[in-house]
Design a protein around this ligand. Structure first.
Ligand SMILES: [Zn+2]
Length: 416
């Protein structure tokens, strides 16, 4: 019988990765449970306060001869490999009959966009009699169910290579240039591998987890071909996942703003943006549901210069997650630009040169032509900003955020 197996919350900041545990399980049951299609890596609400790391859960479809045996093996693998000693690691595994998976769709949508409680997961499990394994407080059941139920209208693939276990926690040996070369050759079919401007290889994690690198793209064959260019330490195993990375699946539209959710909202800039210590840039927009503070934090790098160019009256659409009553910007669409004026000294009607001050309260003059004027003039300034979409650079991108290069919209200002 065909079952979806969903797993979540097995990692911690100190190590491990739920995708790795899923692969160990796929491998351990392969003699009596055939994997069908690609496993799925599903990112959940990125603002959840108690998430372990990237808030990603994994599910895969298997044709199982023996469910009890598969559950026993899963239990052994979790006990041996999950970071159970970390108080924030609370694994959950579910075994959902294939025909029941669509019943979890709205639950999955809430896990990606909203904030769920463990009781919500227990309720679903009881209502549909879903076989499951739960450890400690069992919070992982939420992601385990959601990874099974997520309906991927949009998706990308991620090819992940894993290190040999004896290398876990040690520095990764990679030739960073080979990742830039991969990007140069395969962008945009493959994207967010590196950040050229900020000199960061995003494909290689900095955490002590088993992942050597992860390459994102639209096409399985091209992904497989591309990694032949990479120069790295030898990898132990690799796998391709279908994911909701780069899909904006977390974004909610046109609702009242609540904490720990992500939105797309139209508003008018109320005042010129301002910097605070640490290089974070803030401004407020007026929306149909009241005022909203928006922020481009220091890690968003050159995107802050886009934000600094906004002025009062600009009409924009913001995308991002709300925490501490502040929307953390992922991208913006400039819908229309307000006119910007500057006060300047008048120009001389004869020679055309800018007049100089004739002294305090004395107006302006041109010495050469002996002309005079009394008031400054208001001149419309050219705006550096254009209408269209602007986004944070790749190094500041969230897993779920859809890069402009994947969006079929006009006037994209892409940071590569
Ligand atoms: Zn003159």
């Amino acid at each position: 019988m065909r079952f979806w197996i969903g797993i979540d919350d097995t990692d911690s900041v100190k190590g491990m990765c739920t995708t790795y545990i899923a692969l160990l399980l796929i491998d351990a049951i392969k003699d009596f449970g055939e994997l069908i299609g690609f496993p799925r890596l599903i990112r959940l609400n990125p603002t959840i306060p108690y998430k372990t790391r990237g808030n990603g859960a994994v599910s895969f479809l298997v044709d199982l001869e023996d469910l009890d045996k598969a559950m026993e093996i899963a239990d052994e693998i979790i006990k041996r490999h999950a970071e159970l000693s970390d108080e924030k690691t609370n694994p959950g595994v579910v075994f959902v009959r294939e025909d029941k998976a669509p019943l979890l769709r709205s639950f999955a949508e809430r896990a990606i966009k909203d904030v769920l409680k463990i009781e919500d997961a227990i309720e679903i499990i009881e209502r549909h009699s879903i076989p499951h394994l739960s450890y400690k407080n069992g919070r992982g059941l939420i992601g385990a169910l959601a990874s099974v139920g997520a309906n991927l209208e949009d998706f990308v693939y991620e090819l992940i290579a894993y290190r040999f276990p004896e290398k876990f926690g040690k520095p990764r040996v990679v030739d960073e240039n080979s990742f830039y070369e991969l990007d140069f050759k395969y962008y945009p079919t493959i994207f967010d591998t590196v950040d050229w401007c900020n000199n960061v290889v995003m494909a290689v994690p900095g955490t002590p987890c088993p992942v050597l690198f992860g390459i994102r793209g639209e096409n399985v064959e091209i992904l497989k071909e591309s990694i032949k260019m990479l120069k790295t330490e030898k990898w132990d195993k690799k796998a391709i996942f279908i994911t909701n990375h780069a899909t904006d699946m977390h974004i909610v539209e046109g609702e009242e703003i609540k904490e720990f959710r992500s939105y797309r909202v139209v508003g008018r800039v109320m005042k010129k943006p301002y910097d605070i210590i640490g290089g974070h840039v803030f401004f407020e927009i007026g929306t149909k549901n009241g005022n909203l503070t928006c922020a481009a934090f220091e890690p968003t790098k050159q995107f802050r210069n886009v934000v600094r160019d906004l002025i009062e009256g600009d009409l924009i659409e913001v995308y991002g997650s709300v925490k501490s009553s502040t929307l953390n910007l992922e991208k913006i669409r400039v819908i229309s630009l307000a006119k910007k004026f500057a006060e300047m000294n008048p120009s001389c009607p004869i020679c055309g040169r800018r007049m100089e001050s004739a002294g305090k309260g004395q107006g302006f003059r041109c010495k050469k032509c002996k002309t005079k004027a009394f008031e400054k003039i208001r001149v419309e300034m050219r705006r550096k900003l254009e209408t269209g979409f602007y986004e944070v650079p790749p190094c500041a991108r969230r897993h779920l955020t859809k890069p402009l290069i994947r969006m079929k919209v006009e006037k994209r200002h892409v940071f590569r």
